[in-house]
Design a protein around this ligand. Structure first.
Ligand code: GDP
Ligand code: IMO
Ligand code: MG
Length: 424
């Protein structure tokens, strides 16, 4: 909400914190909403007026007719999936071409990137990352290797460049003995998607955003994935391939560090993780199943079970530090309504040592818990902080103290309306 600034809204754990819902809720307070990282590995759910949308590449500000949405240079885009997503919104009555600008510097996900994603996962055997299969890793690898194709390339001599990169991928696939695939139909749809993409404003969005900032307008940078999936700060190698933390906003939109205003850190009242990798607070018991069932913790992109556990303050403190989170947003508080007691992981134990700072490797870390009383009252219908049950207030106060950061927004249900603003 800071004028002339970019506020960042980031998932600060393992993704799926509810970023889409909060971005949609905040959009009336911003002039522009921009995605700066990731691609269709994201699944951001927005529910209002009895309708539900899951957005993958399109920013969650798209439901507010007056607002400009931007897919920034740090993103990767699959033209076929983008076309399907955009057409769904068009069918629901939202016009996009004037309100959605796409950076010419964003990288393209080719059908062969998706095959490579599968091939690399297959080659990893037991050490699979559990990717979404959307070609994210191979696309960012080509970007870093300076062999990628960008959105701007579709405006020039594209077919030749496409054929060259595809041939390169096919060679790698042969080397990996991964030849049992057929992308004929997928490729036809992808090419249709490229034509569809040409209808949009494919611009130099970094100039556009900086012009808006100079005019005193404000921008909300919508994060994707979560801080612990960041290529540098996450649980490497079980991470995604982009910079999902606040530094990624600068590189992913072309804005200076001094342009960043508030950093909103979104987290759930408990923890989840999709895909493989260490997750010290994971519950394998009935409690974990209960959280999964009540929280409906099944992936928005792949439908996979999300792994569930209690809240992890070691991870949250780390994420608050590396992002410079100024304000917290707590989601899905209602999911914990029925528990008699609620556990909070305050530290890890590894090799007989207690760790309160996030270690290099969390594999083998055991959680150290404190137990707090549950509120055992349904929160879903509450809209005012004054009506919160005392044990829920105590949970909020405890987290604010432990994280040394104010919790400004509390979500008590999936609908846009089930959102309580405090001390903003
Ligand atoms: P994102 O990727 O961070 O945007 O989050 P997802 O959309 O993948 O996952 C969040 C899920 O929780 C979605 O199904 C939302 O509809 C739902 N959700 C969001 N906020 C709340 C909440 O406060 N309570 C409940 N019960 N569900 C919520
Ligand atoms: P949103 O934006 C949760 C996870 C995958 C896998 C790892 C790498 O909806 O929060 P990738 O396909 O990116 O190479 O997969 O990252 N992952 C996510 N988990 N939410 C997401 O996005 C995710 N995007 C990727 O499950 O473990
Ligand atoms: Mg999601």
């Amino acid at each position: 909400m800071t004028k002339g600034k970019v506020d960042a809204l980031l998932g600060i754990v393992f993704g799926d914190e509810g970023k889409g819902k909060v971005v949609d809720f905040f959009t009336p307070h911003y002039d522009v909403v921009a995605r700066f990282a990731g691609g269709p590995n994201a699944g951001h759910t927005i529910i209002f007026d009895g309708r539900k949308f899951v957005l993958r590449s399109i920013p969650s500000g798209i439901f507010d007719a007056g607002k400009l949405n931007i897919i920034g240079n740090g993103c990767v885009l699959a033209p076929d999936l983008f076309m399907a997503e955009a057409r769904e919104l068009e069918a629901a009555g939202y016009t996009l071409t004037d309100r959605l600008h796409i950076s010419r510097r964003a990288h393209l996900i080719l059908p062969t990137h998706r095959v490579l994603d599968r091939a690399y996962e297959a080659a990893k055997g037991k050490n699979k990352v559990g990717t979404t299969g959307k070609g994210i890793g191979p696309t960012y690898s080509d970007k870093a290797a300076r062999t990628g194709l960008r959105v701007g390339d579709i405006l020039g001599n594209f077919n030749e460049k496409y054929a060259a990169l595809k041939a390169r991928h096919e060679q790698i696939l042969r080397d990996l003995h991964f030849t049992d695939y057929d992308i004929t139909e997928e490729e036809a749809r992808w090419m249709e998607g490229v034509d569809y993409l040409r209808k949009f404003h494919l611009t130099d969005t970094e100039h556009e955003i900086n012009r808006y900032l100079a005019e005193g307008k404000n921008v909300l940078a919508e994060g994707a994935q979560g801080s612990l999936l960041d290529i540098d700060h996450g649980t490497y190698p079980f991470v995604s391939s982009s910079s999902t933390t606040s530094g990624g906003v600068c590189t992913g939109l072309g804005v200076a560090p001094g342009s960043i205003g508030r950093v909103w850190g979104v987290f759930k009242a408990y923890s989840t993780r999709v895909g493989a990798g260490p997750f010290p607070v994971e519950l394998f018991d009935e409690t974990g199943d209960t959280i999964r069932r009540i929280g409906n913790e099944f992936g928005a992109v792949t439908g996979r079970n999300r792994r569930c556990g209690w809240i992890d303050l070691v991870a949250l403190r780390y994420a608050i530090m590396v992002n410079g989170v100024t304000d917290l947003v707590m989601m899905k508080s209602d999911v914990l309504d029925g528990f008699e007691t609620i556990k909070v992981c305050t530290a890890y134990r590894k090799d007989g040592v207690t760790l309160t700072d996030m270690p290099y490797d969390t594999e083998g870390c055991e959680p150290v818990y404190e137990e707090l009383p549950g509120w055992q009252t349904p929160l879903g219908a509450l809209r005012r902080e004054e009506d919160f049950p005392p044990a829920f207030k105590a949970y909020i106060d405890y987290l604010e103290r432990a994280l040394a950061t104010p919790i400004r927004i509390i979500s008590v249900g999936p609908d846009r309306e089930a959102t309580i603003v405090r001390n903003l």
